[in-house]
Design a protein around this ligand. Structure first.
Ligand code: PMP
Length: 415
């Protein structure tokens, strides 16, 4: 690492003030000072292609989103206990993006809060607390979610863990049947422990399980399986939502209607807004015994920002754009796989790709090599052996070529 003297001082101050729980990416930490579209710039004006950050979904420093934020901030920013158009309009626009049954929105500030509320609703509705999740899932930071985020914390007793579905080289029907069986066995295990299942909670792109997408028939089977056992199906779209896969929602709204959907990260392009969208009868049952008020969730400014993000996604016709550029990226990655035996599998859809390599140490070396070459990605998966590629959606085919060229070079240098 060749950090400047200034950055070395900042690093020391950071370690002293923030302590050990704040981690940095890369052997040589990156210090961006400005972002624009799919690019980040450091203090020396060097630019980095951002092929990693999904939160700035419509691009870093998006002018239309910033304008909406400033305009609403100058007018009014208050909570949801007054009548105001913004929060209502946002809820109506979200509703239009879902199957009709998913017609109620509750706004929060983070994906964690949305998931936490979904678990509370599931418990109230079913009168049970058992949970089924995948082996290396991540669902958030609250105590309830830490207990069902085995990628960071051991799962609690009322949580049963199953392997994520396998898609590669497996017939979709067979994969769906296998996953159905896993859900069923997990429900039996929970019942045997005296905590029957309240919900199956799945990250619809299985990001921290190593990126497994194109799940529609499998999620359909999973939803049927958990409902058969008296539980609800919660689709965590915090990673997969807002056109990332080339569909508005990764769960595939043609084939399965989740009982609840949570979303966050890209929803405000970096501004903290998230939501739970659910079927009205669930919220009615929840409302009999509990109330929910989130001070900042759905405030006037956040709602304006989220609507500007929806406008931008519509303006660029994000689903079609993502399918087109995603297809190009997929071909580029597949041609790399044909040349590099170190690539063992490519998984993904749209603009979310996992490129599995022979080992975690190689993946880490490649990520650091790319950072030095001016391209930003990271790793994922239980062994950290999968390159995680997940750029802001204004990513174009020329950016995909740049990424693929740099990856080719990195693999040649490191393999
Ligand atoms: N669910 C998934 C699938 C996530 O990836 C994350 C964040 N990494 C969360 C939930 C939690 O969201 P937040 O950090 O906004 O609380």
């Amino acid at each position: 690492p060749t950090l400047s003297a200034d950055d070395q001082r900042l690093l020391a101050r950071r370690q002293s003030a923030l302590g050990p729980s704040y981690r940095l990416f890369y052997d040589e930490p990156l210090h961006p000072v400005r972002g624009e579209g799919v690019w980040l710039f450091d203090a020396d004006g060097r630019r980095y292609l951002d092929a990693y950050n999904n939160v700035p979904v419509v691009g870093h420093a998006n002018a239309a989103v910033n304008a909406a934020l400033i305009a609403q901030s100058q007018l009014l920013n208050t909570h949801t206990r007054y009548l105001h158009d913004n929060v209502v309009q946002l809820a109506e626009r979200l509703r239009a993006l879902f199957p009709v049954e998913l017609d109620t929105s509750v706004f929060t500030c983070t994906g964690s809060e949305a998931n936490d509320l979904a678990l509370r609703v599931a418990q109230e509705f079913t009168g049970r607390r058992g949970l089924i999740i995948t082996r290396h899932a991540y669902h958030g930071v609250t105590m309830a979610l830490a207990q069902c985020s085995p990628s960071l914390c051991p799962p609690a007793d009322h949580v049963e863990v199953i392997d994520p579905p396998a898609f590669q080289g497996v017939d979709a029907q067979a994969a769906a049947a296998a996953f159905d069986q896993r859900v069923d066995e997990a429900a039996s295990a929970l019942e045997a422990r005296g905590t029957p299942v309240s919900a199956l909670l799945l990250d619809t792109v299985f990001a921290s399980d190593g990126v497994h997408i194109n799940a529609a028939p499998i999620l359909q089977a999973a939803a049927q399986a958990v409902r058969r056992r008296g539980g609800l199906f919660i689709a965590d779209e915090v990673q997969g939502g807002f056109c990332r896969t080339g569909r508005w929602w990764a769960f595939g709204r043609e084939s399965v209607v989740p009982d609840m959907v949570t979303m966050g990260k890209p929803m405000g392009n970096g501004h903290p807004i998230a939501a739970l969208v659910l079927k009205t009868p669930l919220m009615e049952v929840f409302g009999k015994r509990c109330r929910y008020f989130n001070t900042f969730g759905g405030n006037t400014v956040s709602a304006a920002v989220a609507m500007a993000v929806l406008d931008e996604l519509e303006r660029i016709d994000a689903p079609a754009h993502v399918r087109r550029v995603g297809c190009h990226l997929q071909q580029a990655l597949q041609s790399l796989a044909a040349q590099h035996s170190a690539i063992t599998q490519i998984r993904g859809e749209g603009l979310y790709w996992g490129v599995q390599l022979e080992s975690g140490s190689l993946a880490s070396a490649v990520v650091n090599h790319l950072r030095q070459a001016g391209v930003l990605i990271s790793t994922s998966g239980p062994l950290g052996d999968t390159l995680k590629i997940r750029p802001p959606l204004p990513f174009e085919t020329e950016h995909a070529d740049l990424l693929a060229g740099a990856l080719d070079e990195a693999l040649r240098a490191r393999a």
